[in-house]
Design a protein around this ligand. Structure first.
Ligand SMILES: Nc1ncnc2c1ncn2[C@@H]1O[C@H](COP(=O)(O)OP(=O)(O)OP(=O)(O)O)[C@@H](O)[C@H]1O
Length: 762
């Protein structure tokens, strides 16, 4: 067929699809309208069809049943209606761009090739009994990503289908118009990908559905093992792939899981906003997003002041004193280790027999049950029973004690005083309650006494309520005291040489009720072991992005929290910026997941130009296989100046020259402190947005941010504010520096005062 005839045929097919989409959309709109009317009328007539009769038991039963039927009818209609609304949104999306690719596939032993058009959703033509468009997640569509024309195959749930791919074609369709089409011999046409990657950065990461690469497709569709580790170099598409994978899982397990059963663990709120557009764009509901700090806050935030990861980083990165730096670093790394968890386990063994600390139970300033009494009761229980189970017995016992104390309390003077202070409203309420209970008979003579007793009971009950609630929530366990005691406890076995300093430093924090970031996971662990494991059993999949920045201890806490979840762990060992990962096994180590894990590696980087990738690869000391996608740009520049004024002048000039071409320019500093200083100097000349740890949304324009806030994100152009040898001097800062430089997509400009950091090889 000639090129022209081909194009005519494709235009006709597009018309056919658009027509079908239009018709099906119209039908859906009609159905939605009629359902909406139905729901409105059901709401209006809800009570008409319910016979309310409470005379006899069977009347009550019938009343309940008719109400239940009506409610079910109503909620059933609402569910269907929501479903149709979603399908209309899908049709809207398809009308814009129904498909992006076509493959012609001739299955073995068949005469006629199948024409498979691939888009973001399935489109079935009922009249022709034909599939007009295949969802990109359908098994057959996989060949588009995996094969070049020639022998090809795909997997169905039951078998492998072999055959020949006769054609592979890509389309650019915008607003329902065919703008370009080209046949491709490569896996996915490099030109198309190059064009996409050359575009300017967005506030959100985009869907990569039309250009998923074969190695990425394997990750997206991997369901063979419960757990999957993805180790990928900077810019290799880990985040993009994670989001496509979620969309795939929702399709593959569509009758088993919903979006709210999938959790993406992210580094911060800014990142949450960066990734939350892809799923809705693909017509799916968004997954849940959680940062480790969010979870820590839910668990411990009400009782303690928790350090945020960026606060820990700030304090370490700005530490000039080397001894203090080393102590902090040792404390952080040791507390993230397996050895530390073992030490806590030993301590828990000790606590099982002695040493558990409780709080006094105080009522109106008086100790009504002392900590010693609770301790005595706890250790009177059989030590064969686990600590959490024994605490349940203690809880029951305490509630009984409270009931007895509460009864005795009713006769105390304060109760009478309180009852004198009661408003008339309260009296009336009590009176009517007594009337309802039938306790005021006309011939009784102790009405006043009855009322007094009832009031006293109510007053005391109300005051005891918070106590009871606290006991039920096991607040009588002195968690902080128990953890603090750990640092004075005589531990058997080997301890790190710096243990004494670590104890001193930690106790200092704990006395101020400050839980350092490195203590959060251990404290949650300890709480679970003492009070009982808290779990979320509804979650089926957990994806951890930027996984290199979590400690094995944090992973353990997450695994315990989501016991029924399969895990996808995505990270890059060269971008570890959080100190608790130094000298600890990385989350990318398969040993942490038992035998049910697969590991895949991504070595090709798509974010940056070839020149930027070559430059940044040299920052890494170890030999890393980083393949650059073939996209050309200019060489990164290095500018060394003699003072800060020059630094500012040069950067203002540079930014001004970049703004005409690019949407997002990031000036990256080492710390928030440096950012603030830079902001003070720059903002008279540039309209710059200072991004801090509380920033929730990224705007286009000129941004000023510390490295740890930039992680996971990307910008058209990056300026390294001050890469001098005094700023980035420590070997432990190499990955941090590398992470900053790899945020650049098209341009990278590095500045330094006096001497350039030795982390850039000369
Ligand atoms: N197959 C693809 N098609 C189009 N764009 C892609 C593809 N793979 C990756 N990209 C783009 O490359 C850029 C980097 O992707 P992403 O942020 O997911 O990488 P990453 O591995 O998570 O990076 P980092 O670890 O450095 O944060 C993004 O703009 C993404 O859209």
């Amino acid at each position: 067929m000639t090129k022209h005839a081909d194009e005519i045929q494709e235009r006709n097919y597009l018309v056919l699809c658009l027509q079908a989409i239009g018709e099906q959309r119209e039908e859906a709109v009609q159905r939605e309208q009629s359902l909406q009317n139905n729901v409105i009328s059901l709401k209006e007539t809800f009570w008409d069809d319910v016979r309310i009769n409470f005379d006899t038991f069977s009347d009550i039963e019938e009343t309940y049943l008719t109400m239940k039927q009506q409610a079910e009818l109503l909620s059933g209609s609402e569910v269907v209606q929501q479903h149709i609304v979603k399908s209309i949104q899908v049709y809207d999306r398809l009308q814009q761009s129904p498909y992006f690719a076509r493959i012609d596939f001739l299955p073995q032993n068949q005469q006629e090739p199948l024409q498979v058009y691939i888009g973001v959703a399935n489109l079935f033509d009922e009249k022709q009994d034909d599939i007009l468009i295949y969802d990109w997640r359908a098994p057959i569509a996989s060949m588009y990503y995996d094969h070049t024309p020639g022998p090809a195959h795909y997997e169905t749930p039951t078998e492998q289908i072999q055959g020949d791919m006769l054609l592979k074609r890509q389309f650019i369709i915008k607003n329902g118009q065919l703008q370009a089409m080209f046949n491709t011999g490569l896996t996915i046409g490099d030109d198309l990908l190059r064009n996409i990657l050359a575009q300017n950065a967005d506030e959100h990461i985009r869907s990569i559905v039309a250009t998923i690469q074969a190695e990425q497709n394997k990750i997206i569709r991997h369901v063979q093992t419960p757990h999957l580790i993805v180790e990928g170099v900077a810019g290799s598409g880990k985040t993009a792939v994670a989001l496509q994978r979620i969309a795939y899982l929702l399709y593959h397990y569509r009758n088993q899981i919903t979006a709210d059963q999938i959790v993406l663990i992210t580094p911060n709120q800014l990142f949450n906003q960066y990734v939350n557009a892809v799923l809705p764009d693909l017509g799916e509901d968004n997954m849940q997003q959680l940062t480790f700090s969010d979870y820590a806050n839910q668990r411990l935030g009400r009782q303690f002041q928790l350090e945020y990861p960026y606060e820990q980083l700030e304090s370490l990165l700005s530490e000039k004193d080397d001894t203090r730096y080393q102590t902090k670093l040792h404390a952080i790394t040791f507390k993230a280790s397996h050895a530390y968890r073992q030490l806590l386990d030993q301590y828990l063994g000790y606590l099982s027999k002695q040493g558990l600390l409780f709080k006094n139970i105080v009522f109106r300033g008086e100790r009504i049950i002392t900590a010693q009494e609770i301790t005595k009761y706890f250790y009177s229980l059989d030590t064969a029973i686990s600590i959490p189970n024994r605490l349940q017995f203690v809880k029951e016992w305490l509630l009984q004690c409270l009931t007895a104390i509460e009864k005795a309390e009713r006769h105390k003077e304060w109760v009478e005083e309180e009852s004198d202070l009661l408003e008339t409203e309260e009296y009336t309420k009590t009176y009517s309650e007594l009337l309802q209970e039938g306790r005021f008979a006309e011939d009784t003579f102790d009405d006043f006494e009855q009322e007094r007793r009832t009031l006293a009971k109510q007053i005391v009950q109300k005051q005891f309520m918070p106590l009871r609630r606290s006991v039920t929530q096991l607040k009588f366990v002195h968690l902080l005291g128990i953890y603090r005691q750990f640092f004075t406890h005589q531990h058997a076995g080997s301890l790190p040489p710096q243990w004494e300093e670590i104890c001193h430093y930690t106790q200092n924090n704990l006395t101020k009720r400050l839980i350092a970031y490195e203590d959060i996971a251990p404290l949650i662990y300890l709480q679970d072991k003492i009070e009982g494991q808290r779990t979320n059993t509804t979650i089926r999949h957990v994806l951890v992005d930027e996984a290199q920045d979590y400690s094995p201890f944090q992973l353990y806490v997450l695994q315990q929290l989501f016991p029924y979840a399969r895990m996808t762990i995505l990270g890059d060992g060269h971008q570890t910026i959080h100190p608790h990962t130094f000298h600890n096994p990385s989350l990318l180590a398969p040993e942490l997941y038992g035998e049910q894990v697969a590991k895949m590696v991504l070595t090709r980087s798509y974010r940056s130009t070839k020149q930027i990738i070559h430059f940044t690869s040299k920052i890494l000391k170890t030999e890393a296989t980083i393949e650059a996608f073939n996209r050309n740009g200019t060489e990164p520049t290095i500018t060394v100046v003699t003072n800060e004024d020059d630094l500012i002048t040069q950067q203002v000039e540079r930014v001004n020259s970049l703004t005409s071409q690019f949407d997002t320019i990031a000036i990256i500093c080492k710390t928030a402190e440096e950012c603030q200083r830079a902001y003070d100097k720059l903002h008279p000349y540039l309209e710059v947005q200072l991004v801090t740890s509380t920033t929730k949304q990224l705007k286009k324009g000129i941004l000023l941010l510390p490295v740890y806030m930039a992680k996971g994100l990307e910008f058209d152009a990056v300026l390294l504010f001050n890469a001098s040898n005094t700023t980035y001097s420590r070997e432990t800062e190499r990955n941090y520096f590398y992470t900053a430089c790899t945020r650049a997509m098209h341009k990278l400009h590095i500045y330094a005062i006096d001497t350039l950091t030795h982390l850039i090889p000369q």
